[in-house]
Design a protein around this ligand. Structure first.
Ligand code: FEO
Length: 393
C-alpha cells in the first residue's frame, strides 16, 4: 500500500498544506504534517500518536480505510496538542484502547485534554510492549522540546519513531524523503525554531539513540527518512559547539541612520573574509533568522532609539535570540539616537541567556559621521580578530 513504511506499519496521519503559522508565532512557508502511525502486530494493534485536533477527521477516515477494527494501544510520545489533540476522539471510536505513555506525559495529557486516569498504561524508560510479532520499545528523549517526550523503537523492523525530534514542517505527498536538500532545509528551520534552545539535551538524546540499530526514522512532522544517517549527521552538526565564520546582522531603521551604518558595516565584514547574513527586521521571516543563528559565530543587532529605548522590532529580535540560545560566541549592537536613550543597556539586558562576549557597540548620534564609520571598521576588525582566534578564518 502507498502508505506502508514496512510490512504492517502504516502512515495514517494528516497533511496540513494550508497552515501558515504554528503557536501563533512560527511561520510555516511549506505547511506541515501531523504524522500518526498504525502498527499491526500479529496479536495487538497500536497507534503511535494522533494528529492536531483540526485534522481529526482525516485520521479517523484513514483508520477506517485501513480496516482498523480495534486499537489496543495509543502511544502518546508527546503531550503537545498537534500530536495528542485527536486522542479523545480516537478513544471514542475505539473505547477499549489504552493510552500508553510515561508518567510525565500522562499527567500533562490529563491536564491538557482531560483524559481519564483509568485510560492510561504508564511505561518506564526502556520498557517494552509486545504486539505479537512486533515489539514497542520505549526510549525517553526529554527536552526535544518538552520535558515528557519519548520515542518508540521497533527492533524487528529497526525503525525509530521519535516524534518532533528530527521532524520538519513540510507538507508533501511523498511518504519518504525524495528531495534531500529541500527536506534538510525544512528540518534545519524546524531545529532552529524548536530544538535549538535544548542543544545539550539533544546531544544526550543523540548518544542515547546511537545505541539502537536504526534503518528508518519516522518523525511526527514531515517525510520519513529511509536513510536515517542523513538527519542524524545534520543534527550532530547543528547541535555541536562548532560555529562558522558568519555574522548575523539583524536590524531595523526608521529614518536611514541605522541602514546606512549596516550597509557600511556589512561591506566591512565581507572585505575581511566574513560571511554575513543580513535581516531587515521589518516583516522578517523569523524562521530564516533562526536558521542563520544555528551556525553564526557572531550576532549584531542594529537599532534606532525609539522613546528612549530600542526600537520594539530590535527588542523583539534580541528577546527571540535570547530565547533560542544559539551557540554564537560574540555579539554587538550598532545603532543611533537623537538626544538620549538606554538602547544598548536594554538590548544587552534582553540577551542575558547568551554565553557571548559583547564587543564594543557603535552608536551614532543621528546620521553616521566619519568617526562612526571608523568605529564600524574597528568593530569589523575586532570581529575578524575574534573569528581568527577561534580558528574560523
Ligand atoms: Fe509537534 Fe511539540 O509538537
Amino acid at each position: 500500500m502507498a502508505n506502508e513504511l514496512k510490512p504492517n506499519i502504516f502512515s495514517v496521519g494528516a497533511i496540513d498544506w494550508d497552515r501558515r503559522l504554528f503557536d501563533e508565532l512560527i511561520p510555516l512557508p511549506d505547511g506541515t504534517s501531523y504524522n500518526s502511525y498504525l502498527i499491526k502486530g500479529s496479536e495487538k494493534t497500536a497507534l503511535l500518536d494522533a494528529v492536531d485536533p483540526t485534522k481529526t477527521h482525516v485520521l479517523l477516515d484513514n483508520l477506517v480505510k485501513a480496516g482498523t477494527q480495534k486499537i489496543d494501544y495509543i502511544v502518546a510520545h508527546h503531550a503537545e496538542q498537534d500530536h495528542s489533540g485527536a486522542i479523545p476522539e480516537v478513544l471514542l471510536l475505539y473505547p477499549d484502547a489504552k493510552v500508553v505513555t510515561n508518567a510525565k506525559c500522562k499527567s500533562m495529557l490529563m491536564d491538557l485534554l482531560h483524559i481519564d486516569e483509568g485510560k492510561f498504561i504508564t511505561i518506564e524508560d526502556g520498557g517494552k510492549l509486545s504486539l505479537g510479532d512486533k515489539t514497542l520499545q520505549f526510549v525517553f528523549i526529554p527536552w526535544v522540546h518538552w520535558p515528557e517526550t519519548l520515542a518508540t523503537y521497533i527492533p524487528e523492523d529497526k525503525i525509530l519513531f521519535p516524534c518532533d525530534f528530527f521532524g520538519s514542517h513540510l507538507a508533501t505527498s511523498s511518504l519518504f524523503v525524495d528531495n534531500e536538500p529541500a527536506v534538510l532545509q525544512a528540518a534545519k528551520r524546524y531545529y532552529a525554531e524548536i530544538m535549538m534552545p535544548f542543544r545539550a539535551a539533544i546531544k544526550n538524546n543523540l548518544k542515547k539513540i546511537a545505541e539502537l540499530k536504526i534503518e528508518m526514522i519516522a518523525p511526527s512532522h514531515g517525510p520519513v527518512y529511509p536513510k536515517p544517517q542523513l538527519i542524524i549527521d545534520a543534527y550532530k552538526d547543528w547541535a555541536s559547539d562548532d560555529v562558522k565564520n558568519e555574522v548575523v546582522v539583524a536590524y531595523v531603521s526608521m529614518h536611514g541612520s541605522v541602514r546606512t551604518m549596516v550597509e557600511h558595516f556589512v561591506i566591512a565584514l565581507s572585505e575581511r573574509g566574513i560571511k554575513v547574513k543580513q535581516f531587515n527586521l521589518t516583516g522578517v521571516d523569523i524562521g530564516e533568522l533562526a536558521m542563520a543563528l544555528v551556525d553564526a559565530a557572531t550576532v549584531v543587532i542594529g537599532a534606532p532609539t525609539t522613546l528612549v529605548g530600542a526600537h520594539p522590532s530590535a527588542a523583539y529580535a534580541a528577546m527571540l535570540t535570547n530565547a533560542l540560545r544559539p551557540k554564537a560566541r560574540f555579539a554587538s549592537i550598532i545603532g543611533s539616537f537623537g538626544w538620549s536613550g538606554k538602547m544598548v543597556e536594554q538590548l544587552t539586558g534582553l540577551m542575558g541567556n547568551l554565553k557571548v562576549e559583547i564587543l564594543e557597540p557603535v552608536i551614532s548620534k543621528g546620521m553616521p559621521k566619519d568617526e562612526d564609520y571608523v568605529a564600524l571598521d574597528n568593530l569589523a576588525d575586532k570581529i575578524a580578530a575574534k573569528h581568527k582566534e577561534t580558528g574560523l578564518i
